[in-house]
Design a protein around this ligand. Structure first.
Ligand SMILES: Nc1ncnc2c1ncn2[C@@H]1O[C@H](COP(=O)(O)OP(=O)(O)O)[C@@H](O)[C@H]1O
Ligand SMILES: N[C@@H](CCC(=O)OP(=O)(O)O)C(=O)O
Length: 367
């Protein structure tokens, strides 16, 4: 078994409540035991823990709805309770925990991303288990990641993790939702995530979880591009966390891809929201994918949305697939003036010299 790996363990509400309306503390002790065993083996563990809303509901003892504001209020009540439980359970093993509550804004902004990364690394260096959740109480829809599957992928990128374990109430990804299809079969290994696979993954089969398999697949897609192996497995299975670290595969494994080495490119993968899109032709797609080229104006069909120089944009092919993302050196207005033009015509078309690469290779990740 490989030692000294950084492992992000995401525990869904389904695992923490065992499908009931209360936190299953007996099972939480068992999960803590496994995490501490991993630490003893020399690995570093980060928890992404859902359960604040469920804990708040349990604590409130009054009926409460499921609107955004209801959930924000319940999270405000439940998060303290949740971290208190984790803290006391890890203390049984003499392990300290540190709470980090994040929103999308903390990863979108490069400086805030670096601050969050420094805190995470400092906790790991001091042998503390970081316990992360979305800062639900203040996260409005604009700044929300929205689900802890995607959040855990961002955390795995922040921490430069080796593995991301998405623990849930199913054995893994099935050919369809096993709650509704008794013939559904488990998919052991995934090497490509495409639209066909996405169609197999439905939403949450209960009203406890957020996102179901669809968000787990999004998370796996992001994390594996950053060089993280992802496993979806059943949180209630005996020794599931320990098994995920061995050859004995308990669920669905998503093979990792070769990650960019540059930290800024990893940040681009962590998915700051794009401000707009640039439509590119087949020649440009080929140049980016096969030749490692920068994007030049002649391969651009048009700019969609409004953006400025320095903004993050997605590059889209004729089939509306995202091919790459990166920081543009031209605004949408400039791009619409220079699209299709040869590089030597650009300064003339704009009346000033702004260079010729619309997206430089160094500022771009090809997906
Ligand atoms: N193809 C699929 N394979 C497995 N589970 C699926 C699939 N499609 C939808 N699901 C649903 O996803 C649920 C797990 O996601 P979710 O309820 O969000 O749990 P968690 O709280 O662990 O994130 C399962 O209970 C299942 O009903
Ligand atoms: N942040 C929320 C959980 C959001 C979420 O993604 O839930 P889940 O699908 O159960 O992992 C909470 O703590 O209740």
């Amino acid at each position: 078994m490989q030692r000294d790996q950084v492992v992000v363990v995401k525990l869904g509400t389904s695992v923490l409540t065992g499908g009931t309306d209360k936190l299953d503390k007996a099972h939480m002790v068992e999960l803590v035991r496994q995490c501490c065993e991993l630490k003893k083996q020399g690995h570093q563990v980060i928890l992404v823990s859902s359960g604040a809303v469920a804990a708040g509901r349990e604590q409130l003892l009054k009926p409460c709805g499921r609107t955004l504001i209801d959930k924000q209020m319940l999270a405000a009540i439940g998060q303290g309770q949740l971290i208190h439980i984790w803290q006391s359970l890890f203390a049984l093993y003499g392990v300290n925990v540190g709470q980090m509550l994040l929103t999308r804004a903390d990863v979108d902004d490069r400086e805030r991303y670096l601050n969050a990364r420094d805190t995470l690394n400092a906790l790991l260096n001091y042998d503390v288990v970081p316990i992360i959740n979305e800062n639900d109480a203040v996260a409005t829809s604009e700044i929300k990641v929205g689900d802890n599957d995607n959040l855990s992928a961002l955390v795995a990128i922040l921490a430069n993790a080796d593995k991301l374990l998405l623990l849930t109430d199913q054995q893994g990804l099935f050919t369809s939702d096993p709650r509704t299809d008794i013939n559904a079969t488990l998919i052991d290994e995934v090497t490509h995530i495409n639209d066909e696979l996405r169609q197999l993954a439905g939403g949450s089969g209960t009203n406890l979880g957020t996102g179901g398999m669809a968000t787990k697949l999004q998370a796996a897609d992001i994390a594996r591009r950053a060089g993280v192996e992802v496993i979806i497995a059943k949180g209630a299975d005996e020794n599931v966390i320990l098994k995920c670290m061995s050859e004995q595969l308990p669920g669905t494994r998503f093979l990792k891809l070769t990650a960019p080495k540059d930290g800024r490119k990893k940040w681009l993968l962590a998915g700051p929201k794009s401000s707009g899109q640039i439509l590119i032709d087949a020649g440009a797609v080929h140049a980016l994918q096969s030749k490692g080229a920068s994007l030049l104006a002649k391969g651009i069909t048009r700019a969609i949305g409004e953006f400025e120089r320095g903004d993050l944009i997605n590059l889209i092919d004729v089939n509306h697939q995202i091919i790459a993302r990166g920081l543009t050196r031209f605004s949408h207005l400039e791009i619409n003036k220079i699209k299709g033009a040869h590089s030597n015509q650009i300064s003339q078309l704009l009346d000033y010299d702004s260079g010729v690469e619309v997206l430089h290779r160094d500022d771009m990740v090809v997906l």
